[in-house]
Write a protein that binds this ligand. Sequence first.
Ligand code: ATR
Length: 289
Amino acid sequence: MTNIGSSAQSKFIRAGVMGWPVDHSLSPKVHGYWLRHYAIEGEYIRIPVTPDEFTARLRNLQRDGFAGVNVTVPHKEAALATVDEAHPLAQRIGAVNTVVVRKDGSLYGFNTDGFGFLENLKAGFADFKTATGPAVVLGAGGAARAIVVTLLDAGTPEVRILNRTKSRAEQLADELHRIDGASLIVGDWTRRADYLDGAALLVNTTTLGMKNQLPLDLDLTALPSTALVNDIVYVPLETDLLARARIRNNPTVDGLGMLLHQARPGFEAWFGHLPDVTDELRTEVLAGI
Ligand code: ATR
């Protein structure tokens, strides 16, 4: 993700996050921390953009003085359709979350969600190897898509997808089979506990367990005690799933690190420095939640 070459000419560099709504995005806090920490002259701002305006606003990034932007809900698919060139990984995921304005003014898009996911696992549990055994992914939305593609690329021998709406999981599996020849196992949501048997990794990508949402109802009995359990929900930091996994001695990794790590390649592309995820950054971001 390096050497993409941003177009920023002046010393002051501007980037931001486009979304609708975007008020609750934590990205300005993350990038703001790094800008201060590395004493870089620049800013990272919230850019509220409606779906109607999105394509034009993205195309005008250079005119508006931006080195690039992050793109969040609901614009990630539209960003893929709008950029002049997209990284192959973003094409397979079907979404762009990071855009760089290149020197010639053209837009380059990539997707750092899977990078953030994997870096978070590695940082939280150094012993984890993606190729060790089957992974169980709960959910089939945008986050699940990035995670499944990343797990396949990282050599996970078997990926099992369980989603409330089974057709959505089947569609994801069919698409990835067409693109990658990947064989994914799609199961019934009601039988999700059975699919934990023999798993090396369990990831919750659904919104279940998030503050003000229902908890994730999942019997962990069949899950090997060696399996790593990760929740991409980070409010609360320790979800009910992670707490129950911890009590039965499974290694666990919370979801905050995915948010922090996915921000790193964009920061590097725009501001010229690959930043670190530190405890101080985690503490600062947590204080804002
Ligand atoms: P994201 O892009 O962040 O992954 P999303 O596309 O809205 O968000 O996906 C949310 C996921 O949570 C989906 O897998 C959704 O299941 P459906 O595809 O059936 O909607 C899942 N989810 C949300 N509420 C749920 C619930 N009450 N029970 C089970 N799954 C739920």
